[in-house]
Every structure is written in structure tokens, then in C-alpha cells.
Design a protein around this ligand. Sequence first.
Ligand code: AVJ
Length: 322
Amino acid sequence: MQNSPEKEMSAFAEDVLRGLSGTPKFLSSRYFYDDEGSRLFQEIMRLPEYYPTRCELEIFSEQSDDILRALSPDGAGFDLIELGAGDGSKTAVLVEHFLANAVDLSYSPIDISQQALDNLSATFNARFSTLTVEPLRGDYFSILRSLKKDTGRRKILLFLGSNIGNFDRDASIDFFSQLREVMSDNDLLFIGFDLHKDPRVIAAAYDDPQGVTAAFNLNLLTRINRELGANFDLSKFSHYAVYRPVEKSARSFLISREIQTVKIESLGRTFAFDEWEAVFMEISQKYTLPAISELAVASGFKVSQNFFDSDRYYCDSLWQPN
Ligand code: AVJ
């Protein structure tokens, strides 16, 4: 079937339409990362309240010997393949250590954005002249499927930074199971999980007093204004975040401060917001160690080794196909 160009809607437009037509309303955190959103997330990672980045950096800086032994017990070379690399700064810490130990290494970030890949390649090439950098552009699974043909080298898939937290349980199992299908028995998966802890520590990480997280959340409305021709007035929405210690999930919302109507030109319609109506924006799931093992087993893996920071706030978990 063919769509006429003017009727064709972008995935973004479709998702915004579905989310704002829903009860309750929701928008997907997948769309946070336009240029400004990526910049704001970099700023979040430097906030004193946002501990996950520092914890993962501590693990990589202080346990790189143990990590290298776990990734390659026999000292054989391997291919690092990173899903969702961001600026790659944490991965660079590992790469630096591996190269210093003369590991025969290649690094392949996968991303749909050519710009992101260009930036990562430039960074890694400038910093590591001996490293083979092979950026891969496209969708994670189609890329990984195309790699499956056995190169004889171990592939180590990286999914760091607690990015998995944005998926609910079913979506996580689905995601990891699909990764399992494109992995050889000898490959490994290295995943960053944020652990359950004092709920106050977690709540503060998603509600900083400087308002950076609020700006990050509100930026999606700016993106909708720009890309879909909407007229959201950001001053009429406020950021609200809550941590549910039983479900072990942080959730963020945008709350409509008054009754209002917002027009979105490219959807050709308006959306009514009630006073104090909430739009669900993001889930950031936290984990216990049993939950991590259970997730591994449910997805066709088993935990090979866990690495923790000194506060035990965070866990980088190494999985092998089961
Ligand atoms: C990039 C998904 C790991 O959920 O902690 C940070 C995004 N949202 N502050 C997270 C985020 C609000 C972050 N992840």
C-alpha cells in the first residue's frame, strides 16, 4: 500500500498523537534526545544528585583489570559493540585500559544518528590512534543480525548507563531475548543496572534543585513545538518526579498547571489538558540482584559476573548465553 506524502506521518508524530490521545496521557522518553536534550542529559550527568554516571565511571576506573579478565580470560582479542553510546566517555575508560594491556581490540558504536557516530569516531580516533573504530549506522537488531556470521572473534555487546531502566519488564526481556538471538554462544553482554537503594537518594537524582532534570523533561514540549508545529507554553507545565519503592521505579511527569488547550499543526488537531492533569514521561527502573539474575534467565542468559561501585549503588552485570 502506498501513502501519499502529505498523509505520511513520522513515527514521532504518530507516537505524540497516540500518547496525547491516551488516558492517562503519555509521551515517550525515547524522544528526549534531540540536540538540546542530549546537551541537557550531559548536564544531568554532572549533577551532584545524579549518581549513576559517577558510579559506573568508578567501576570502570577501579576494576578495569577484573573486567578485562572477565571479558577475555584467555587474553584473546575481541570486538566491543556499543548500543546507545552517548558521548562514549565511560567506554573510553575501558578502551584505554584494554589498549594499555595490548588487547587486540575493535570498537563499534551502533546508532541511528550519523552525527552521533561521526562525533564518537572522531573522539575515539583522536584519543586512540591504534584502535580500529567501525561505526555502524542503523537499527540495533538489523545491524547485529548482519554481523552474526562468525568472525571467530568474540563480540562483547555493551548496553551501559542504566539505559535499560527506560524499558518495562516485558520490553526488557523482549530486548535481551532479541540480542541473544543475534549473539554467538561465545559472545558476552555487559549491562549497566541502577540498583534499588534509599528511596530518597533515587528521588533526588530525578528532581535536582537546579531544575536541570525539569528542563530536560520540558524540552520534549519544545521539540514538539518545533518539529510538529505545536504551541505548548512551557510555563504552564511543571516537572514532577516520584520514586515508588515497591515497584522500584522512578517516574517523571509533566503536570498541566491550569486548564488549557494545545494545538499541534502537523496533527491537525488540539488537545485539552485539565487543571493538574499529568502527562507520564519516563520510567527509570531500579533493580535488585535477584531481579537481575531473573531477567538474565528469562532472556536466555546467565549472570557471569557482577561489578559494583563502593556504595553498591550500581551494578555492571556481565551475561553469557545460557
Ligand atoms: C539515560 C535513561 C539512563 O533514566 O536515569 C536522567 C535518563 N532521565 N534523568 C535515567 C534520565 C532523567 C537516564 N537514562
